[in-house]
Write a protein that binds this ligand. Structure first.
Ligand SMILES: O=C(O)Cc1cc(O)ccc1O
Ligand SMILES: [Fe+2]
Length: 465
């Protein structure tokens, strides 16, 4: 179904009439279902910000065994693991585990052991009776703020090769904006299923349970935001249309399974930055019908209606904002999701690539495919860069030299590529995994600016027109 933040209604076609008519809480729901509300905003939020959905399910979510803590692996909300580092940082493509070596799903590796288990593996814990569970699918790269005070952001990467089986994830802390980079992901949610491929993004909002199927070696980026939901940016003088148009956002239709899982279905819950797991004996994807405006959704980046300079000078990248999670300060985002889409470059008498700058915001960039115009080399698909608050950055020396002398005819920019930026008003800390454990930090990054040389000529005269 299409539209951004609409009031949707959906019934699994196997159960016509499963959505109660005219009320949310009938004494007995059609088909003997349970009614359950999922709130995405305070009950009392003003209407434009009020989000909730009603789920009609075979069993309510509350029927589960108690949650117990499980090791967090490389997922963290500890922003003090290592000393701060204000340098320009760049990562080579994050390593995806080979399925021949170990099977890792979106969240974890699980090993089944058939005897009494005496584990010496780091980050390993017994779940239920015989399953060993090691968190290795999700890795936190950087972030700031905290889930408890409902203000902040975390940036994670996921690298995996196996589908989640009888296991789902549920983030009590915030919303996940997921950017697949390699391999499509089939996301089963309580609202239905969504196939999301590279060059599409999806948002799974706080509290929504989901399970991820993959089809090979899979990698992507996640921006997690606490305490705010993503919105479409205001358009101001652009007018009523443009950038990401509401009709291009898609949400799933109801789909349920009535499946008993005698061996145990595991719900993994990220709560206050830590992970917990519990067991139940049925699939949580048992929602037969739902209605509401609080849903997961996806968006294809090819639909972005690009607006940019058609005369001279370089417009700020905010012109490419797909989604924004607003802070309470006017105009200041907790985080923006910005893309650098294929487009025409036509600016006259202009240095067309990104300018040199220092920013009071933090800029985390990733690359889905192709290359990025400010750095033809070194910044690779599946890698990343972080230009922290006030850290100088800009085009590498090569890019500067080429574009200072290039003939300025209209030309396609970023054809066949897709770079993106998570831009945040938080001063983000990098995790130990990001700086050390992942072993993907490119220590030579600073060298791309080393060849920049002075062109200063004190005797320069304006050229005669
Ligand atoms: O740093 C970057 O590459 C992102 C960026 C792009 C741009 O066109 C202008 C400013 C900016 O921060
Ligand atoms: Fe920048």
């Amino acid at each position: 179904m299409c539209g951004f933040g609409n009031e949707f209604s959906s019934e699994d076609p196997r159960c016509p009439g499963s959505l109660p008519e005219g009320q949310n809480n009938p004494q007995v729901c059609p088909y003997g279902l349970y009614a359950e509300q999922l709130s995405g905003s305070a009950f009392t939020c003003p209407r434009p910000a009020n989000k909730r959905s009603w789920l009609y399910r075979i069993l309510p979510s509350v029927k589960h065994k108690p949650f117990t803590a499980v090791p967090c692996g490389n997922l963290t909300e500890n922003w003090n693991e290592v000393e701060p580092d204000p340098n320009q940082l760049r990562w080579l493509p994050f390593t995806i585990p080979k399925s021949t070596e170990k099977k890792v799903d979106f969240v974890a590796v699980s090993l089944t052991v058939f005897s009494q288990h005496d584990c010496s593996i780091k980050d390993c814990q017994l779940i239920g009776i015989f399953t060993v569970f090691i968190l290795q699918g999700l890795h936190t790269v950087c972030g700031a703020g905290d889930a408890k005070s409902r203000n902040g952001i975390s940036i994670h990467v996921y690298t995996c090769n196996t589908s989640m089986v009888d296991r789902c994830f549920n983030n009590s802390d915030g919303d996940f904006l997921i950017v697949p980079q390699q391999g499509e992901i089939l996301i089963t949610t309580e609202f239905g299923k969504m196939m999301v491929e590279p060059n599409e993004i999806c948002v799974i909002q706080q509290g929504m349970r989901f399970s991820v199927d993959v089809f090979g070696e899979t990698r992507g980026y996640i921006m997690e935001v606490y305490g705010a939901h993503f919105e479409l940016p205001d358009l101001g003088p652009i007018g009523a249309n443009g950038l990401a148009n509401p009709r291009d956002f898609l949400c799933p239709v109801a789909w349920y399974e009535d499946r008993k899982v005698a061996t145990g279905y595991t719900i993994i819950n990220k709560y206050q930055g830590k992970l917990f797991a519990c067991q139940q004996d049925f699939s949580p994807f048992n929602v037969v019908a739902w209605h509401g405006n609080y849903t997961p959704y996806k968006y294809n980046l090819k639909n972005f209606m690009v607006i940019n300079c058609v005369a001279f000078d370089h417009a700020d990248p905010s012109i490419f904002t797909v989604l924004t999670a607003k802070s309470t300060r006017p105009g200041v985002a907790i985080a923006d999701f910005v893309i650098f889409p294929p487009r025409w470059g036509v600016a006259d008498h202009t240095f067309r690539p990104p300018y040199y700058h220092r920013n009071c915001m933090s800029e985390f960039m990733g690359l889905i495919k192709g290359h990025y115009e400010a750095k033809e080399e070194g910044f690779q698909p599946g890698g990343a860069s972080l230009h922290s608050m006030m850290t100088p950055h800009g085009p590498d020396a090569d890019c500067f030299e080429k574009n200072s002398t290039a003939e300025l005819k209209p030309e396609r920019v970023a054809e066949g590529t897709m770079a993106f930026m998570f831009e945040s008003s938080f001063s983000m800390a990098v995790t130990k995994w990001g700086l050390q454990t992942c072993q993907r930090l490119d220590k030579t990054y600073y060298q791309c600016w080393e060849p920049l040389r002075s062109h200063f000529n004190p005797n320069w005269k304006p050229s005669k027109k």
